[in-house]
Design a binder for this molecule. Structure first.
Ligand code: NI
Length: 223
């Protein structure tokens, strides 16, 4: 009798272990890894008095990505994406138009994003795929021209902050009850405009669509 109850308990534990590997309502998870922001940009031309006929390009950047999520139900979570600040080179759309090099300057931003994610549930599978949609607010700071452009008279670069939609799909791979690996791809609608001065004459770029793809690979932990 004693033997039977022990093996029943063992069976109960192993059933519980396979049942609880998937996320559940009330779970809080944290993920840390690398996030690459890869702009799919398009920009209008630089205007200083008249249209200079030159637009802008924005390079990729990779930073430490962190995110936190709370499961509102077995299938739905709310996730906040945070990261160390992304620093992007901003280049002229054509080579060296002002004789100051190919690079115009550099901008730094933080793109906090909140998404609600839906998990396609197969509770017994180690693969837990999801799709999500949400909102992004991108804060630009430390906008700087290169030294060569600064010496050519370009000053006071400023980019407007951006508020827009975000969408993603991702996959958690459950290593055990607490640890998992994650990969996700997001698209974020980040649109801004730039203003500056050239030897005292105001200049601007009216439309800069950065609209990046954000690729994240991370390790997660469930509390
Ligand atoms: Ni856009």
């Amino acid at each position: 009798m004693k033997k039977t109850s022990i093996s029943l308990i063992a069976l109960g534990i192993s059933l519980t272990a396979t049942q609880t590997i998937a996320f559940e309502k009330g779970d809080f998870i944290i993920r840390a890894g690398l996030a690459t922001v890869s702009p799919d940009e398009s920009s209008s031309n630089i205007i200083v008095g008249s249209d200079l006929g030159v637009n802008l390009r924005v390079d990729d950047n990779t930073q430490l990505g962190l995110n936190f999520a709370y499961f509102l139900s077995d299938n739905l979570n709310v996730e906040v994406l945070a990261a160390t600040p992304f620093k992007h080179d901003v280049n002229f759309g054509v080579n060296d138009p002002l004789g100051t090099g190919d690079q115009l300057g550099e901008v730094t931003h933080l793109p906090p994003t909140i998404t609600v994610n839906y998990y396609f549930k197969d509770a017994s599978s180690k693969f837990q795929p999801y799709v999500g949609a949400g909102l992004n607010y991108t804060i630009f700071f430390d906008e700087e021209f290169t030294n060569a452009n600064d010496q050519a008279g370009l000053k006071d670069l400023s980019l407007d902050n951006s508020f827009g939609l975000a969408a993603q799909f991702g996959l958690d791979y459950m290593i055990n009850e607490n640890w998992f690996a994650n990969g996700s791809v997001r698209w974020i609608d980040i649109d801004t405009e730039a203003s500056f001065n050239l030897n005292g004459t105001p200049g601007r770029v009216d439309s800069i669509e950065i609209d990046p793809w954000v690729y994240t690979v991370s390790i997660g932990y469930r509390f």
